[in-house]
Design a protein around this ligand. Sequence first.
Ligand code: ASP
Length: 296
Amino acid sequence: MWGIIGTWEMVLEGLREGGQKLEESSHVFDAIESTVKTVEANELFTSVGLGGLPNEACELELDAAFMDGKTLSIGAVASIKGFLHPVSIARSLMDGPFNNFLVGEGAEKYALAQGFEQQEMVTETAKEKWLLHKEEVKKGLSPYLGHDTVCVVGLDKQHNMATCTSTSGLFYKKAGRVGDTPISGSGYYVDERIGGAAATGLGEDIMKGCVSFNIVQKMKDMSPQAACTEAVKELTELLIDRRTKAGDISVIAMNSDGDYGAATNIDVFPFAVMTEKVGLKLLTVNDKGEIKECLC
Ligand code: ASP
């Protein structure tokens, strides 16, 4: 059995490649990394990697993480500038007992020393968008409208499971702002004896409930779909109860049998899945838990 699941429509092409790798018996690390790298390298996807959404100072600060479901090793980077594939830097940080999560300048020095090449990551289109957004913000528009993370959970034929994430975070965020994406338990979590989960949406709210860890624990006793639905409902209700409103929260999960689930508190959340059982599918889930298949 093998399978891979990822967030948003932007993941589709990379997920197809990652799924093919799994079918050909690749290790799950290689399959999920290649999926996310495809998204990071595509400048048409404006919330991840090249051409991502710049911060208030028109700099592109990226967050990414990688987690191994066998050893529970984690590698992560946050607020890193000038590298095309933060997910690969995160993967390389999983080795060793210390220094697994690096931020800013420290992360950049590490990446250079490891041979990752630096490049300009703010595209002309992103600059134009930023200038336009700056004017809109002056007129009163919320600066933080615009964000999405690519998150992937995978299971290979050898029963290894892993997850990884990558994002530019909130559009026009303060320099140094970090969301849930590189934070284990919140943006992602995987234990291959149970399964893996990952989240996208408003990091500030996702971090208040460690939603990915919660989903994985729930999957001990229930299906990935039930676990996702319950976890999103619980966190949304908790936030509304304590703070009167909840930010956007969308999640995906896969268990160690290759069964999957997704849930959201927004109108429609697209996600893609490819497994030995169901093939490649682009799906949507809405805030009522209804899942629909799209053509792909
Ligand atoms: N969770 C990401 C962050 O807060 C953004 C997103 O997934 O939409 O940085």
